[in-house]
Write a protein that binds this ligand. Structure first.
Ligand code: ATP
Length: 493
């Protein structure tokens, strides 16, 4: 993870937001290379799920909706996380990410330990329990440490659990609901009637436009509406770099099906499509796994939710959620707005509210998953090399063009002309500074898949250019016309 963070900063993929003012926790800025990678991820997703399918159309709704949207959807009441304060240190924790255990020695509770959710949580808790036993010089067998999250602590236990900040008990508050939506005011009035919210998901913008799309979009059930856009959540603990931030971007689809359709098959089908898509852009199946939310923990409207998990450097965590939401959202918005958001079935002459499957993924998490997969260190000609093995489709630059020597005008001229030709279709870099090996290395580190060199044979014998492959290091010669076709094929997806 450190190596990835370092590369992101050093080569201009991601910067901490507002860095000159000390940064703002949970916000990030994407630099010259980061913005290219991000755009390529979004473009690949849009191409594959909107342009290359007959049954999905796009939408770009406003970020601020009528505030009643969030009352109808349940977000005003329920979009909360359980917040715990440490009165002593002023630190704040999410109760479901704060774990504790009673330390028991030979049948007797001698104290409590606490740890924050991470990969080594259980081991850390056991170590702390051993410490406590040693400190109190208690004789007898230490019983297994059984971790529970802080939402399960009883009122009697709360004062006994040590704060992770101070290591001492007595300063943690009971969990309270904290709404994660950012509030703002619309218009000049700053009173309660002007309160509005920055959307915490793009999905509701789709539901409230359901009728507009049905009336104008020439869609036929089953069909989907896709949207890509910013979402904002006042996360209690933003962490793990861009994995959990307060401003992020989502790519969401609401896929509407008839209430009589086999929703389980549709749900399964979407999980498969999403897995296949990740593979197609360079996130291997071997690093992905599925987590089905237990039935008893599902939100009341959800019939089933499966998370697609990715093996991030800091542990296996959610990359995408695929939820079967029934007819909850359209029903709510129909009832609260008084506008019927339903479907008229011509054949059966019946009206019904469709059910929906919702695949929802964060652009920033895909970005991080791609970097974590692509980052490699190896050795080329006895020198350590950092290489990002990004597929050409998502790589910031598709190729870099080099004249073999900077002081030969005929090479420079030809290379610049080729660069000008290629950049009409692809994002291509031009570099003439330094030895050719170093130029290759600079591009390897930022994931440019092809290095194109114009040499004397190119100019004197019209023998084409050399194309060096970032991953195999093989070099082949091809004509400039073939090169355009070659890149087209590699980049197309
Ligand atoms: P988590 O349990 O990690 O908080 P969630 O289940 O609340 O996530 P959803 O509401 O299902 O997330 O959001 C859909 C997708 O949006 C997630 O799978 C993730 O890719 C992305 N996402 C959600 N919250 C964040 C965040 N704070 N930062 C970056 N991406 C996020």
């Amino acid at each position: 993870m450190d190596a990835i963070l370092n590369l992101c900063k050093r080569r201009g993929f991601v910067f901490p937001s507002s860095e000159i003012y000390g940064g703002l926790n949970g916000f990030f800025d994407y630099g010259p290379l980061g913005v290219e990678l991000r755009n390529n991820i979004k473009q690949a997703w849009w191409q594959d799920f909107v342009h290359r399918r007959d049954d999905i159309v796009g939408l770009d709704s406003s970020i601020i909706h009528h505030p009643t949207t969030w009352k109808a959807s349940g977000h005003v009441e329920n979009f909360t996380d359980p917040l715990v304060d440490c009165r002593e240190s002023k630190m704040r924790y999410r109760a479901d990410q704060l774990f504790f255990a009673a330390v028991r020695v030979a049948g007797e509770t001698i104290g409590y330990v606490s740890v924050l959710e991470d990969e080594g949580m259980q081991a850390k808790a056991e170590e702390a329990a051993q410490d406590l036993k040693r400190k109190l010089a208690r004789q007898g067998a230490l019983e297994p440490v059984v971790l529970r999250d802080f939402t399960e602590a009883s009122p009697e236990e709360i004062p006994l659990v040590p704060s992770p900040a101070t290591g001492k008990p007595g300063s943690l508050t009971p969990p309270r609901s904290f709404n994660m939506m950012f509030q703002t005011h619309v218009g000049a009035m700053q009173d309660a009637s002007a309160v509005a919210y920055l959307r915490p998901e793009t999905a509701q913008g789709i539901f409230i436009n359901f009728k507009n799309v049905v009336d104008t979009g020439r869609v036929k059930l089953p069909f989907g509406i896709a949207q890509v856009g910013k979402a904002f959540r006042n996360e209690i603990n933003p962490r793990n770099f861009i994995f959990r931030s307060r401003e992020f971007e989502q790519m969401e689809i609401e896929y509407f099906i008839a209430p009589t359709a086999d929703w389980e098959a549709a749900h399964k089908g979407w999980i498969e499509s999403c897995l296949a898509w990740f593979e197609s852009i360079g996130i291997p199946r071997s690093k992905l796994s599925l987590y089905a939310h237990p039935k008893e923990k599902l939100a009341h409207y959800s019939k089933g939710t499966v998370d697609i998990m990715f093996e991030f450097p800091f542990g296996v965590q959610e990359l995408q959620g695929v939820a079967a939401r029934g007819d909850f959202d359209l029903t709510q918005h129909s009832e609260v707005s008084g506008t019927r958001l339903d479907w008229f079935d011509e054949a059966g002459k019946t009206r019904f509210i469709p059910h929906v499957i919702e695949p929802s993924v964060g652009v920033d998490r895909v970005f991080l998953a791609l970097l974590a997969t692509a980052y490699h260190e190896d050795e080329v000609e006895g020198e350590k090399r950092v290489v990002l093995r990004l597929p050409a489709r998502v790589a910031p630059y598709k190729a870099a063009v080099f004249p073999l020597l900077k002081n030969k005008p005929e090479l420079v001229e030809r290379a610049k002309a080729l660069h000008a030709r290629l950049r009409r279709r692809f994002n291509v870099y031009y570099d003439e500074a330094g030895a050719i090996g170093r130029r290759y290395r600079r591009q390897d580190e930022i994931g440019t898949p092809y290095g194109i060199t114009v040499d004397f044979e190119t100019v004197e014998k019209q023998a084409g250019v050399t194309v060096r492959d970032r991953d195999t290091l093989e070099q082949v010669r091809m004509s400039e016309d073939d090169l355009v076709r070659f890149l087209d094929e590699k980049v197309g997806g």
